[in-house]
Write a protein that binds this ligand. Sequence first.
Ligand code: GLC
Length: 554
Amino acid sequence: MQAPELPPWWARTTVYQIYPRSFLDTNGDGIGDLPGIVRKLDWLRDLGVETLWICPFYGSPQQDLGYDVSDYDAVAPEYGTRDDVRRLLDEAHARGMRVVADMVLNHTSNEHPWFRESRSSRTNPKRNWYLWRPGRKPGGKAPPNNWRSLVGPRGWHWDERTQEWYWASFLPFQPDLDYRNPEVQEAMLGVVRRWFAFGFDGLRLDIFHAIFKDERFEDNPFSTRLLPSEDDPDGFLQSYRRTLHHPETIAFARTLRRVANEFQDPPRFLVGEVFGQPSALRRYCEGGDGLHSVFLFKAMRAPFTAAGFRDLVLEFEREMPAPLVPTWVFGNHDRSRRGERLGYHPEREKLSAAVQLTARGIPFVYYGEEIGMRDLDVPLATAKDPLARMYRFLPDIVARKLHAAGILLNRDACRTPMQWSSAPNAAFTDPGAAPWLPVHPAAETVNVEAEERDPASILHCYKRLLRLRKDRPALHAGALTLYPEHALPPEVLAYRRTFGDDVVDVLLHFDDATRRVRIPGDRCVALASTYPAPLPIREDEAVLRPYEALVLGR
Ligand code: GLC
């Protein structure tokens, strides 16, 4: 059979997300930096990840730790310099890796010169770069409408000097830009072009679903939902119909794609942070002229059972059929770590890694996920996260209860320093330095050095599966077909990946028993397991150990 054409690099890649503040500190100030990432590039390459996504490193007052940008062309001094970004790109490219920057288009910091100007007077030329509205009620003291921010309270903020309200989708110090103003689009597309020209291979687009809001500022309808979730952004008794997923946002995805297409060798990649059901999110990518892909956060919520993941794989295949590409995300800098949800059970974590790396889609591995890092219980009162500070009036017990239900009020929990070894400060920073967030006490045993020594570790499982995925076109580029349900016990999910002549089968065992399963189809060999070595296949029967994933080939 003639080999089909390989899809573009971004559709085949594996992404590793780095929160620069927490990865490696090279100057002893307790804050991770860009030279720290450069120093670990060999390690990352040997791990087997192909693309790095770096959370924002731009000039920022760091109130939201970089997601509040005051200078899009500068680098925050605690992270390094533009030369360090240059070196990071060059060194990563020299190792055959790609680098994706994090782009915050929706809002700036309130300390951005544009916003300072905008709020200086109603007649300032930058006034209409942001969303300013008069209030209701005498004196304008009631907000223009009922819109809530993504994080709960009203998103309108009163400006005493100019006696109007400005809109912020996230926190008050992150005013939204007005993308109906062509000057704003031009300015922000300029930022995008400059970082692409600098050499970034792609962009992760922060809260992209919020870019355009209802032009007439009509109220959001009532909803019975109390709290938003990964797959439904409605909450706080409001449907976000007028503030999220606006048709003009989908159209703007196409504008951005045209800008990305101006750059080739390599073609640039756009992945959107958007929240909702896959059926709604596909609109951002449909037609092949919008975003290349979007995060499908639903995987974080799927019941950890064969049936749960079967439904999910089916849904991802139905809603994001090739050439669209789903994404596999189990954690990031805003959400509970995967291990937390899986009860810190290494075999379950490895099984989840197997889904992430063998199902069709782009895997996003959050730093530390590959060693099983855990959430830290940090009291709201001492939080660095502005979201937690906003909710610090809540008793910690409430925050803990929400955390247990998968809602992270204090995002410090999942942002603690990378655990490189059991040395003081987990070798993230100098032994005598004070890391910006405490190192998790589990670093004693859960760390890179210890796991490098242990072939049964989560880390080695990642290495094996990443290597295999890179070697086998079926895994990085192939179509996916689920095995019929009746062919296997209910605790086992199986699919076949096919690319031309390359065929790989994946068996995923969501149970703590040991069971024999008949493998449908022709004779095959075990290529890899989540255990250090697969058991040999006898005839047409495989033995699956507790929570084992087995990859079979010919
Ligand atoms: C996104 C980021 C989050 C940030 C927010 C506002 O959700 O992932 O960390 O606080 O947007 O920019």
